[in-house]
Design a binder for this molecule. Structure first.
Ligand SMILES: [Zn+2]
Length: 433
């Protein structure tokens, strides 16, 4: 079994890996790079609008035969999860290549494409990967194992061929709501040895930040909401369903109504068959707010249909402004104008995203507006990636023959902790075993 990391051997994001045996080639993830050579964030928003040819000329598309056109196409693309840095170039790939992903990833991509300008997953290309159910593609056997990360539906992939076993971690962590996923994955790997572990190392190179786990974070959210006597806004990605659950539980525990925007409400709707989440209801615990910019953004059939779906449970801004202390409201900076520039007195905001976005103009204005009404912006966040000490523990527990770093700016850090690291630069082929 041969492996080539086309992108991601020395950066966080833009994951694209090719695995080959005999005539069969698989692609693991097809992500948009997030950072340039200088480690500065790229303008991914404008890159998403570029044509295939333009991205080729900019060197953004990895050079993989048949992936974007010319040549025999790979047999399959496997997506570990729906984040941009793992899926963002999918819309440029050849239509004939089937795309394997979990149902959760397919749902997150649907919601993201309707409400957050993210890449969609065409239904005719989608092949479902059920947890722990092996799939044959050419000479390969592929099995998906659920892992915990900051978006719903993530998988690690076990890839077997010619008697070799490769485990691709995708993005994962140990401090989420579901530590049982990691225990199960370790158990599977201990039953039969792993020849190569392709392991994410985001926090080798980026500081761990707040080491709190999702349960500790929930307690902090509950405490903050409980102490407020006015509107509490919550800014987080609704695709991060564990975080969404924490905010819903905080609303419940503090006797508030949870106001979801349409994007969040659609995710509650999509996941109702998989997990127990409260659904929007007229005069119920979950109400739905339709942000002005969605109402005014013109007719898009898929989106309009979802707005219609929640008509009965819709809440208007005046109802929120009349009794602000009754609500915990999902918020993004673009919704500031919905309040006509005037937030209720002492409105506060729980900010639960990457710190870097706070430096951007729309958030500096939001911060100022919150200050103007004597409110507080409180950061409550923990990483979606495995913390550095957990990397060491996890990898030792898996105990692979070799470790191949990926999704890290500092792959050499692995060599400080393990003596069987194989560092392969982007584009260089390596044979496993
Ligand atoms: Zn990632």
């Amino acid at each position: 079994m041969d492996i080539t990391i086309h992108r991601g051997s020395r950066e966080v994001g833009g994951n694209c890996v090719e695995v080959r045996t005999g005539e069969t080639r698989l692609i693991l993830d097809l992500g948009m790079p997030l950072f340039g050579d200088d480690r500065q964030p790229l303008e991914t928003f404008s890159l998403r609008r570029r044509s295939t040819t333009e991205l080729q000329e900019l060197g953004i598309l990895p050079q993989v035969s048949g992936l974007f056109g010319e040549g025999t196409p790979p047999a399959a693309i496997l997506l570990s999860h729906a984040h941009l840095d793992h899926t963002g170039l999918l819309n440029h790939s050849a239509d004939s290549i089937p795309v394997y992903a979990s149902p959760g990833t397919s749902k997150m991509m649907l919601a993201g494409s309707l409400f957050a300008a993210q890449v969609g997953l065409p239904q005719e290309r989608y092949r479902e990967v059920k947890p722990e159910e092996p799939i044959a593609v050419g000479n390969f056997t592929i099995t998906g194992y659920p892992v915990d990360h900051s978006i719903y539906g993530c998988l690690a992939f076990l890839i077997e061929a010619e008697g070799k076993r490769l485990l691709y971690s995708g993005d994962l962590r140990s401090h989420g709501r579901k530590p049982g996923m990691e225990r199960r994955l370790i158990e599977v790997c201990q039953q039969q040895p792993i020849d190569a572990l392709l392991m994410e190392g985001t926090h080798f190179g980026f500081a761990d930040g707040n080491p709190a786990n999702e349960y500790e974070l929930e307690r902090e959210i509950v405490k903050f909401v409980g102490q407020s006597d006015s509107l509490v806004l919550a800014s987080f990605s609704p695709q991060h369903v564990d975080r969404l659950v924490a905010f819903i539980r905080a609303a419940k525990q503090t006797g508030r109504i949870f106001v979801a925007d349409v994007y969040t409400a659609f995710i509650l709707h999509l996941l109702q068959s998989e997990i127990n989440l409260p659904q929007p209801e007229a005069q119920g615990f979950v109400r739905v707010y339709v942000p002005k910019n969605l109402k005014e953004s013109g007719h898009r059939p898929g989106r309009t249909k979802q707005i219609e779906r929640f008509r009965d449970s819709e809440i208007m801004i005046d109802e929120i402004k009349a009794d602000p202390e009754k609500f915990l409201m999902v918020f993004r900076a673009s919704m500031l104008e919905d309040f006509d520039g005037e937030l209720p007195q002492r409105t506060s905001c729980l900010y639960s995203r990457w710190h870097g976005y706070l430096e951007q103009p729309d958030w500096s204005i939001t911060r100022q507006k919150i200050g103007d009404v004597n409110g507080e912006l409180h950061e409550v966040h923990t990483s979606g990636h495995i913390l550095s000490a957990d990397i060491v523990r996890f990898v030792h527990a898996i105990d692979p023959q070799t470790i191949i770093p990926i999704h890290t700016f500092e792959p050499e850090r692995f060599e400080e902790f393990f003596d069987n690291v194989i560092r392969i630069e982007d584009g260089v082929e390596h044979t496993i075993g």
